[in-house]
Each structure stands twice: as structure tokens, then as C-alpha cells.
Design a protein around this ligand. Structure first.
Ligand code: ZN
Length: 269
């Protein structure tokens, strides 16, 4: 385990490193704008492995298992723009307000993250500037452009959750994740609940708040966009077949949502 670079305050990502922002279908015309805060689990080479065992770095604490495959396929099938973040949430969590204790966690579930222990403010700031900021600035810029072009925009934030957390088994297959929007979440819930084989969580296993979330409050609510998060249970999307099935199901559901929103006058006809 290597920790030499953890306190480095100047350079996190060099020109040869993978950029944090992943995009798919940037010229897409769908009203749905897809985001994925926990898409990847890369660690900047200068940070080594953050002092964490390799077996921990493939677990849910490092990323949203399975969501990348679902997000890419959904983006393709819906012809929707996807903006995703490739670095591990253990480096900096892109769905937490910077400065919150869970932004650069010192412990996640029951795993301590030595590379985040006693991190200097400057080092935390570098992680923000080089990973968090480019991702959220890109989302901001894309929403700005869409508004300028009078493109309808509905924000859908894609996540996955671990089937067992701290020893407690979770019954839901999928959950919605929302706070202030009263337009999209009820419609999404209704259509998910119409799927006979699904146990659907209503703000379960997580709810959204300004203190514990970033993408929905900042890019959805503060900008007046219809929005919802989705949480899919990770054992259902652990392999490519499961990811395809869920992308197909969500493609069908979001197509129906789009039709309904147009009929309700919430999207231009
Ligand atoms: Zn997530």
C-alpha cells in the first residue's frame, strides 16, 4: 500500500491520466439528461491505493457497482446525454457538498481509508479542483447550453446500492431518490410500481437532502428542472446481462414518462 502522494497539494492528475469526466451521446436530443456521480473507481496514480486493500476497492464503498453499464446503455437507447465521473468516491464523493465529512471519507461502512486521514485542507482542495469541479462544471455548462437552446431538460441521476449494508438486507430492487420535485418522481414511482416483479423504494434506501447530496439539489432543484435519482440494487446489475435488462426496462419506462409529460404539457408537445 502506497501513501506517499496522499498529501500532495499541487498535482493530482497529469496530462497522461484519465480525465474525470466521461460523456456519452453529447449531441443527443432527448429531454433526459443523465448523470452518474459514482460511475468509476479510478484512483489518481499519485494517491496509490489510499492505503486500502485491493479487495475493498472493488466493493460498493469505492463506486456504484454495475451502474456504468446501465448508464451507457440507457444513454444509447434513449438518445440521451450522459455525464459521468470516473474517479472513486473514496477520492472525493461527487454527490456530497465539498467540506462535508462524507466528501472525502475517513471511514466508509466499516473500512477505514488511511489516505484520507488527517488530510490537509490544501490537499482536499486539490481533489475538489481536479475531480469534483470539472465534473460539476460540465453538468452546469451543459444545462446552460440546453436552456439557451430552449431544449427541455429533465435531470436523472443514476446510482446503485449495495444489497446488504452494515448487516441489514435491503428488500427493494429499485428506489427513487428525490426531494422537492413533485412532477417526475410520482410518475416514475407509479410506472415502476406497475412492474409486477419489482419491490420499489420510495426514497429508499436513501432520500435526498441539501446536506447529504449535491447533484440533485444543485443541478436539478436550484435550476428548476424536473428531476429524480434512481437507485438500482447492485446484485441485479452485477453482470452485463443484468445491466442490459435494466437498461431495457428503464428505456421503456422513460419513453412512457416522456409521452406522459408531453401530454401533461410539462414538456413541449
Ligand atoms: Zn451513487
Amino acid at each position: 500500500m502506497a501513501l506517499e502522494g496522499a498529501g500532495d497539494t499541487s498535482l493530482l492528475l497529469g496530462s497522461e491520466d484519465v480525465p474525470p469526466v466521461h460523456e456519452y451521446n453529447p449531441a443527443a436530443r432527448s429531454p433526459f439528461l443523465l448523470t452518474s456521480d459514482h460511475y468509476g473507481r479510478l484512483i489518481p496514480p499519485v494517491l496509490g491505493d489510499l492505503g486500502v486493500a485491493a479487495s475493498e476497492l472493488t466493493r460498493h464503498i469505492a463506486w456504484d457497482i454495475g451502474i456504468a453499464g446501465v448508464a451507457d446503455a440507457l444513454s444509447q437507447h434513449l438518445d440521451a446525454h450522459l455525464i459521468a465521473q470516473r474517479y472513486s468516491r473514496l477520492v472525493i464523493d461527487c454527490n456530497r457538498p465539498p467540506g462535508a465529512p462524507s466528501s472525502i471519507p475517513r471511514i466508509s461502512e466499516a473500512t477505514t481509508i488511511p489516505g484520507n486521514e488527517g488530510l490537509a485542507r490544501d490537499a482536499a482542495e486539490v481533489r475538489r479542483q481536479q475531480i469534483f469541479d470539472p465534473y460539476h462544471q460540465r453538468i452546469r455548462d451543459v444545462i446552460d447550453r440546453r436552456l439557451r437552446e430552449n431544449m427541455a431538460t429533465v435531470l436523472v441521476s443514476l446510482h446503485s446500492f449495495t444489497p446488504v449494508y452494515a448487516g441489514i438486507r435491503r428488500p427493494w430492487h429499485i428506489g427513487t431518490l428525490y426531494h422537492r420535485d413533485t412532477r417526475l418522481p410520482p410518475l416514475l414511482l407509479k410506472l415502476l410500481r406497475a412492474e409486477a416483479d419489482l419491490v420499489v423504494g420510495d426514497n429508499e434506501p436513501y432520500a435526498v437532502s441539501d446536506e447529504t447530496d449535491y447533484t440533485i439539489p444543485v443541478h436539478g432543484e436550484a435550476r428548476g428542472l424536473m428531476n429524480s435519482g434512481i437507485e438500482i440494487r447492485q446484485d441485479l446489475i452485477a453482470d452485463p446481462a443484468g445491466q442490459r435488462q435494466w437498461a431495457d426496462r428503464l428505456t421503456r419506462i422513460f419513453a412512457e414518462i416522456e409521452t406522459t409529460l408531453r401530454a401533461q404539457g410539462l414538456l413541449p408537445g
